[in-house]
Design a protein around this ligand. Structure first.
Ligand code: AMP
Length: 311
């Protein structure tokens, strides 16, 4: 393993890896790869009465992830993060292969954030056998992302369900940037009776409004310059949505404005009910609506959303 300065790695007898920043006495982050070790470690903390906050990720950590970790850290005694690039939620192999995996940088960021345990399972640990679970989320996972990424949410649900059973946290943190995913996970927890509270964390944005994402690094300078238009349109939609005759008119306008930039290609633009994610036909149908978009910039697919009402 390549060591990065100025952190010291101390392998333990049990296969955990402790990371300690130089000059930072007394604080370690444990990297644990085995489920059995993870459970043993967490049980000790549970017996001491500690609350556990959990942030599942696929790594390539950015300030959006840090916002989840910071919230979890503030609300719990013990902060656990997992990094696992989940192959069964990818629709295209090329996308899975291209997914960035800067592990040492992630470990440094987690340590700086005060993470206590990094759970870093291999594929054999997560999926000793071919995963075959099938979840019935009704229409929740069929609309929007579900239309264009069939099977994606079943793959997400399998990994999140397994991780929540392994970690059994008091609270688990998910970003509102992936709003449909958040609702699917809320449903998963409700359906399975897992005792974890799901906490939604607001979308973290760049200074120009672009929602932070591991995928942003793949944008060309021109695409990066164009991408903040998505947020601009979402924000304008929020400010004046009642000025449109109906949600369809707003969707049409938003699609046209985004498409007017040569670098952006909207895949869908939808005004939906915040709970059911079903399309809203009239403003009077429901006050609790959210505008969700998926937009291609080249081959990079960006998603974002905006509530059209104040919470
Ligand atoms: P990922 O590593 O992409 O699977 O994301 C892990 C978690 O971070 C998910 O709950 C995401 O919704 C959340 N997340 C990713 N980007 C952001 C962001 N810009 N703001 C808030 N949460 C985010």
């Amino acid at each position: 393993m390549v060591l990065f300065f100025p952190y010291r790695f101390t392998p333990s007898k049990k296969g955990c890896l402790f990371i300690r920043p130089k000059g930072c006495n007394g604080f370690y982050m444990k990297t644990i790869r085995k489920v059995s070790h993870l459970k043993e470690e967490l049980n000790r903390h549970r017996k001491d009465g500690k609350t556990i906050g959990f942030v599942p990720t696929m790594g390539a950590l950015h300030p959006g992830h840090m916002s989840l970790l910071g919230t979890a850290k503030a609300e719990n005694d013990l902060l656990v993060c997992s990094i696992f690039v989940n192959p069964i939620q990818f629709n295209e192999e090329g996308d899975l292969d291209a997914y960035p995996r800067p592990l040492e940088q992630d470990q440094r960021l987690l340590l700086e954030q005060g993470c206590h345990i990094l759970f870093l399972p291999g594929e054999g640990e997560m999926y000793p056998d071919k995963p075959r679970e099938r979840y019935d989320f009704g229409r929740l996972d069929k609309v929007m992302e579900g239309e264009y990424r069939p099977g994606h949410f079943n793959g997400v649900a399998i990994v999140v369900h397994r991780l929540l059973k392994m970690v059994a946290p008091h609270r688990a943190y998910f970003g509102e940037k992936d709003f449909q995913q958040l609702q699917v996970i809320n449903k998963l927890v409700e359906m399975t009776g897992l005792g974890t509270r799901i906490v939604a964390v607001p979308t973290s944005r760049e200074a120009d409004g672009l929602a932070r994402s591991s995928r942003n690094a793949r944008l060309t300078p021109e695409q990066r310059k164009a991408a903040p238009l998505i947020y601009k349109v979402l924000k304008e939609a929020k400010d004046r949505y009642l000025g449109f005759t109906n949600p369809k008119q707003l969707e049409k306008w938003a699609t046209e404005v985004i498409s007017s930039n040569v670098h952006l290609r909207p895949q869908y633009v939808r005004v939906v009910d915040i709970n059911s994610l079903e399309k809203i036909e009239q403003w009077t149908d429901n006050e609790r609506c959210i505008l969700c978009v998926a937009v291609f910039a080249g081959d990079v697919r960006l998603i974002d959303n905006m509530r059209l009402f104040n919470k």
